[in-house]
Design a protein around this ligand. Sequence first.
Ligand SMILES: Cc1cc2nc3c(=O)[nH]c(=O)nc-3n(C[C@H](O)[C@H](O)[C@H](O)COP(=O)(O)OP(=O)(O)OC[C@H]3O[C@@H](n4cnc5c(N)ncnc54)[C@H](O)[C@@H]3O)c2cc1C
Ligand code: FES
Length: 479
Amino acid sequence: MRLKKHPILKFKRKKEITFFYEGQPIIAYEDEPIAAALHAAGITTLSESFRFHRARGFFCAIGKCASCVMEVDGVSNVKTCIVPAMQGMKVKKQIKAKVSPEEFSGPKVFKQTPVIKTDFAIVGGGPAGLSAAIYAARFGIKPMIIEENFLMGGQLIKQTHKFFGSKSHYASIRGIDIAKILINDAQEKGVDIWTSSSVVGFFSGNTLGVIKEGQYYKVKAKTILISTGASEKSISFPGNDLPGVYGAGAIQTLMNVYGIIPGKRVLILGAGNIGVIVAYQLLQAGIEVVAVAEALPRIGAYIVHSAKLKRLGVPIFTSHTISHVFGKDRVEQAEIVEINNKWQKISGTEKRLDVDTVGLAVGLSPSVEILSQAGANMTYIPELGGYITLHNINMETSIPGTFIAGDISGIEEASSAMLEGRIAGLNATNKIIGENKEIEQEITKNQKELVELREGPFGEKIRIGNQKLYKEAENNGIY
Ligand SMILES: Cc1cc2nc3c(=O)[nH]c(=O)nc-3n(C[C@H](O)[C@H](O)[C@H](O)COP(=O)(O)OP(=O)(O)OC[C@H]3O[C@@H](n4cnc5c(N)ncnc54)[C@H](O)[C@@H]3O)c2cc1C
Ligand code: FES
């Protein structure tokens, strides 16, 4: 079902088109991903597990988990959450990937792979990548952004809440509008933007392997920024693979970007900022939030967000976890249970909830795969979200001339991603044009703002994480 009315968002749907799912016509709109259009038509099972043929739906909706892969026009393993539906497309449920050489339908490889040369290649067009491009372009560089999704803006395009902070951090502006400002600015400054383009490898000689619309390219760059963001974590409980168990960010994408109702009655797991914000956004869209369950004995979100939920009568069960999801082809019920301070379930406290959707807001993991494959030095820092690429305060990694910014450098939020992007973009520019006093001053200014942003109790975790990170980086010769 599609949302017709929303207090903040206006869904200007483009031209109506028809594609075919297992031979059945499905109505979609131009620039709507296949998986979203299927969801709007009530089809939530996109594939089956190979062995037991259990129903599989999508989980992340941003191209990071592969639970939405389907066969599209004869090509298997298409991530249907980030590929737009097209007129006449033929889509099938994928029971197994085509693996025999005769059937293999991988990217078209030219006899001679085209090599694109650029001063500054940026992987990921979220707030970090866009900010880096804009700041580099201010000093005469023409960066190239390579973005896997067909839409630019990363996670900002689904954030309807207003940002905090100062004017430089776009205070009082909604995330969706900040995304538009950044995208327009990058376009006006002549940034070369490649959408629907995935970076699939990082090779010696500062070379990236890129697949764009089924064709393979090499991008050779003087400097590189990896700003690939993060992916949502899952937790283990019976039924966690059923369609209807989504990452909270996937609910946001479906609802706020495409105006599609994820379900009618929702349980959110996790009362940190993302969980509580998504719960409130569901209520704004007219969807019932049955409960929020949080394993910690306290609510982690900013009071300003959690107070809104409490005012609207949504129960927040602290010291509770999810113990089971029931259903055949999608979620029909969920069970939550109280836990003690050793995280053990307290028998007799189980509560069965009639829900058709469960949103997991249980944390994010930095998307480090590209740099891990390239052999960059890594470490594990729980406070930053897991495996992190070692880097210095200029955001440079152990691979000279390669930078990181945003969630990949530690899970935080969009304001810090933008500041890190600026710092990385300015340092990359310094490498290309030679050291410049004006750039140095800009770097110092943005580094100072980043320190200020992380002051106070909510920045404590990231401060502890970064202390560990810089120590380890120094031990590895990264200053
Ligand atoms: C699911 C989710 C929900 C969130 N919700 C909120 C919220 O409600 N409120 C809030 O304040 N913060 C939220 N955040 C945090 C905040 O949005 C992020 O901190 C911020 O967007 C990070 O910016 P980024 O540029 O590092 O990453 P992102 O915004 O995630 O952008 C990364 C981009 O890289 C692209 N990419 C990844 N891999 C490749 C590849 N191999 N090739 C090409 N492109 C690639 C992705 O498609 C994406 O567009 C959320 C984060 C996530 C992951
Ligand atoms: S990759 Fe499509 S749902 Fe995760």
